[in-house]
Design a protein around this ligand. Structure first.
Ligand SMILES: Cc1cc2nc3c(=O)[nH]c(=O)nc-3n(C[C@H](O)[C@H](O)[C@H](O)COP(=O)(O)O)c2cc1C
Length: 345
């Protein structure tokens, strides 16, 4: 398939009079503990047209903790923002959705994919799939509470794929007014292990008319191409963005050409750019959280930025003892100096 066939231009998330035109088919998937406002700022600046908040507990929104409010208080001034909420109580979810809409987020996403025990034992996350009746009530109450488009991010099942039940569920979700379905085609019990069931995406596309967003193991332009060829409207990238915020721009470029996108950075110029983005991200983190907490929040990102470097292990310990901006900048310069010696001009 050629690029215009694969990706014919913006795609749209609709609900009644609202149409959100999303420029291209690569978006940033939610990642608790990683996709915080500073990282979302970097991704949006580098061409991600839509990203999601980390998952936000509907109950915590109701209880009104300052920490939770901070999770959803940033909305990008360019591009679209999805606020992802989790819970299993329709009333809490309705309240949280309304707060997200008031905060300015453009769409609400219900988490029906998180496999973590802490979340699932409350009936939330992918546990919602065990009780489709309650899941429909949750979506119904969110739809009643907001005017914004509402979508779901889900797994394909709990223990295994039950195709008939899934087909019924997605048809019901579409018929009550859901605006998109984001599918991570693994089961709850698989967590992140095993292969994603890409074949399911091919069939799912035939069951619904609303946008289908595919999530799971997207690491290269070939993965994007494969999902789009199978009928996904867009792909959601999560781990591929960690420490690599230019991933989307490079991958879009590679979709339309013979450009290789498997090795990065390959040149000193690319490495320097990578370093400057890391410093920009660090700056956003310090501005957003304040220096003390900003450094702590940035430590894992620092590790991801340098993970492609052979000396990562040697640096890991240093990363986790960073306490000031100056220490972080010095370490970054040292790492990148060593790294650049391994690269061509
Ligand atoms: C550290 C981490 C945190 C995640 N947090 C969330 C989350 O808050 N909400 C959600 O729907 N999915 C979450 N996910 C799942 C991802 O959005 C995505 O569906 C999954 O990682 C597969 O995509 P990938 O292979 O591109 O990472 C998380 C994944 C990771 C690795």
């Amino acid at each position: 398939m050629s690029v215009p066939e694969l990706y014919p231009g913006p795609w749209t998330i609709r609900r009644e009079a609202t149409s959100l035109n999303v420029e291209h088919p690569i978006i940033a998937g939610p990642m608790a503990g990683c996709l915080d406002p500073p990282f979302r700022m970097v991704l949006h600046r580098l061409g991600c047209p839509l990203s999601f908040t980390e998952m936000i507990s509907a109950r915590a929104v109701f209880e009104g903790t300052g920490r939770t409010r901070r999770l959803f208080s940033w909305v990008p001034d360019q591009g679209w923002s999805g606020a992802q909420i989790f819970g299993s109580d329709p009333a809490y979810l309705a309240h949280a959705a309304s707060e997200m809409e008031k905060a300015g987020h453009h769409m609400i996403d219900l988490n029906a994919g998180c496999p973590k025990r802490k979340v699932c034992r409350t009936g939330a996350g992918s546990s919602l799939l065990k009780d489709p009746g309650n899941l429909m009530k949750c979506i119904g109450s969110i739809l009643d509470a907001v005017k914004a488009p509402v979508g779901i991010k889900m797994r394909m099942g709990v223990h295994h794929l039950e195709e008939h039940s899934l087909k019924d569920l997605v048809s019901d979700l579409q018929s009550i007014g859901l605006s998109y379905i984001a599918m991570h085609p693994r089961t709850m019990v698989q967590q992140y292990s095993g292969k994603v069931d890409r074949e399911l995406i091919s069939r799912l596309g035939g069951w619904i008319d609303i946008p289908l967003i595919a999530s799971g193991d997207v690491r290269s332009s070939d993965d994007v191409r494969d999902y789009l060829e199978r009928g996904a409207t867009a792909v959601m990238v999560a781990r591929g963005h960690l420490g690599d915020p230019t991933w989307t721009a490079r991958t879009l470029n590679a979709l339309g050409s013979e450009a290789r996108d498997d090795r990065f950075p390959e040149t000193k110029a690319q490495l320097l750019h990578h370093l400057s983005l890391m410093k920009e991200h660090l700056g956003f983190s310090l501005d957003w959280y304040g220096e003390k907490r900003g450094i702590v929040e940035f430590r894992p990102h620092f590790g991801w930025y340098i993970r492609k470097f052979g000396g990562r292990r040697e640096y890991r310990q240093k990363v986790y003892s960073l306490t000031t901006r100056e220490e972080a900048l010095m370490l970054a310069d040292g790492v990148f100096h060593d790294w650049s010696r391994t690269l061509a001009g």
